[in-house]
Design a binder for this molecule. Structure first.
Ligand code: ADP
Ligand code: MG
Length: 579
């Protein structure tokens, strides 16, 4: 038994650091809190400046109401807020902040200074907090509004510091945060300056569409459909824009939700949006959406999460339904609009695998189960990866996803996507290891707009990407020019290929260092392989099966999943009562 240790009240600086841990996770979370304070102060224009991804410096300047000199010391105290009077106010919070914790928390883990001047005062005043201790405020010259400067974040919390990522990655998170608030507050001007360079700005025109253009670029904005207006305003109003299905992405990064203009993460509402796209998006793809839900403040509890990024609804189902109906209506009305770009994806019956068909497949498996066979859960078993393939005769395709073939001992069902992945992987791996040129130059270089996180990844992994054939150049902001792609992706939309590969890798998020090339190759093959939902000609299927036979491990895809299942002659006979 370990020796008994004494219970003690923790000293305030430890308490401060612990509390800060909940609110301040990384530079972007500091930016979030400071933006919220600026917005709560009624700012019309907010400028964010960072150095070194925010690790060295974060400065948020606003033209809001400012803080009176005599309240300045109070603003950095824990549980000090001007936004709540009593517990009753907690029931209907209309400001972004209310916990009175952000500044105190930030001050506990950085050097924090607040310089502020209310509009009706002649002089600004500054308070400085270092490691949780603040000095008496001193008068200083300064513009009307508030300038909060956070230096050397986490200098006194080595554990946190260790977990911050490279400056470009952290800058990516900050960029994402600022762009999201620009989407929530189209009437406010936002600027983000990173290491002296303007990396984002919104005009503050008040039009959400303008903010969308600022964040996503014109090309993407063109493919966004506005949610229909409410005919008769009820208590829940849903507005915003959703992407037409051609904008689908491999990650959820661009599914952005605001509740009463508060940026939230809500699984259930994300699901509502995703479900509205049902049958319009391939499985594994996620929509692009910027959605605002407005509802009475007392209908939503925002006090459930230290960073205030989750909420609870009084009538969850109503909100869910309202969001889903709106999004669905927009997609359906937009789906009949012809697509502008030639290679664009068009939803049609053969372009997706619905979850319905997966269910059918499972049911089919269940009914095929042999009653006598105790251990086998499904009758058809994947095969051992080491085995070679027998000669197979292609019979046909089912569900536009599986090739049915006959072999010496029964029937084989081959997953066309997994099989193709294996073929491409072997080919590309070999070329890569033998330093063959795997790049295919594009006749016309393509421009691609990346998310900040993708751009950060691209910068970090530029060498690896180049080594597999992606020749990409910066073109300002998060726009890049693609000059070549891996040869196996030739003929596909280059911009889409790159952003999908990056999105996939961002989603995976494991540190890339060691086997970055291997992971990248697998991801590229996944993207380049023929998809489920694609009809194949008999010739194409034959060729696929032949090529699969040649690979190093024909029975598994590079992710280790089976490429095929086998139903033996005796099992088929048994099933028909012919034993
Ligand atoms: P909260 O936002 O939850 O009230 P904070 O610690 O973020 O708590 O801020 C404490 C108080 O400082 C706020 O309630 C507000 O009165 C004041 N404050 C903070 N930032 C600003 C700002 N940019 N402009 C005006 N007042 C501010
Ligand atoms: Mg606040």
């Amino acid at each position: 038994m370990p020796p008994m240790s004494r219970i003690r009240i923790l000293p305030p600086e430890v308490v401060g650091k612990i509390a800060a841990g909940e609110v301040v996770e990384r530079p972007a979370s500091v930016v979030k809190e400071l933006l919220e304070n600026a917005l709560d102060a009624g700012a019309r224009s907010v400028r964010v400046e960072i150095r070194d991804g925010g690790k060295k410096l974060i400065r948020v300047s606003d033209d809001g109401a400012g803080i009176d000199a005599d309240e300045l010391p109070l603003s950095v105290e824990r549980h000090a807020t001007s936004k709540l009077q009593d517990a009753g106010d907690l029931e209907r919070i209309s400001t972004l902040g209310f916990r009175g914790e952000a500044l105190a928390s930030i001050g506990a883990v950085s050097r924090l200074s607040i310089l502020s001047r209310p509009h009706d005062r002649m002089e600004a005043c500054e308070v400085v907090v270092e490691g949780g201790e603040h000095r008496p405020p001193a008068p200083r010259g300064g513009p009307a509004g508030t300038i909060v400067t956070v230096e050397n974040l986490f200098y006194n919390v080595p554990a946190r510091l260790k977990f911050t990522r490279s400056a470009s990655t952290e800058a990516g998170y900050v960029h994402r945060m600022v762009s999201r608030y620009a989407l929530a507050y189209p009437e406010i001007r936002f600027q983000l300056v990173g290491d002296g360079r303007m990396s984002f700005r919104s005009e503050g025109s008040g039009e959400l569409r303008d903010a969308i253009i600022a964040v996503f670029g014109v090309e993407t904005a063109r493919k966004m459909l506005e949610l229909p207006q409410d005919e008769e305003p009820g208590s829940i109003a849903v507005s915003g824009y959703v992407g037409d299905p051609s904008l689908s992405r491999a990650d959820r990064e661009w599914l952005i939700l605001f509740i009463n203009r508060r940026l939230v993460q809500d699984r259930s509402l994300s699901m509502a949006v995703a479900q509205a796209y049902h049958t319009f998006l391939m499985s594994g793809r996620h929509p692009v959406a910027v959605i605002n839900v407005h509802m009475p403040h007392e209908e939503v509890d925002v006090n459930v999460h230290p960073a205030k990024s989750e909420v609870r609804f009084r009538s969850q189902n109503e909100v869910f339904g309202a969001v889903q109906r709106k999004v669905r209506a927009a997609i359906i009305s937009g789906a009949s609009v012809p697509q502008l770009s030639s290679g664009a994806y068009r939803p049609s019956d053969r372009d997706f695998v619905s979850t319905g068909s997966t269910r059918l497949a499972l049911e089919a498996q269940r009914t095929l189960r042999m009653p006598a066979d105790e251990e086998a859960d499904v009758m058809a078993q994947p095969l051992l990866p080491s085995e070679d393939l027998p000669m197979l005769r292609v019979v046909g395709q089912v569900q536009q996803a599986y090739i049915v073939a006959e072999g010496p001992d029964g029937m084989y069902m081959i997953d066309q996507h997994a099989a193709h992945e294996r073929i491409l992987y072997d080919k590309m791996k070999k070329e890569y290891e033998e330093h063959e040129n795997t790049a295919q130059a594009l006749l016309e270089p393509a421009t691609v707009e990346l998310t900040p996180a993708q751009a950060a990844l691209l910068e970090n992994e530029a060498d690896t990407l180049a080594s597999v054939g992606f020749d990409v150049e910066p073109f300002g902001g998060t726009t890049y020019i693609v000059r070549s792609v891996p040869a196996i992706m030739a003929g596909q939309n280059a911009a889409g290929a790159l952003s999908d590969v990056l999105a996939e890798m961002v989603e995976g998020f494991a540190p890339l260092a060691k086997e970055a090339d291997e992971r990248l190759i697998i991801t590229i093959c996944k993207r380049a392989a023929v998809k489920a939902g694609q009809t194949l000609s008999h010739e194409e299927m034959r060729s696929l099966v032949r090529q699969l036979e040649e690979t190093s491990a024909p029975r598994t895809c590079p992710h280790g999943r089976p490429t095929m299942i086998h139903i033996s002659t005796s099992r088929i006979a048994y099933q028909f009562g012919r034993h």
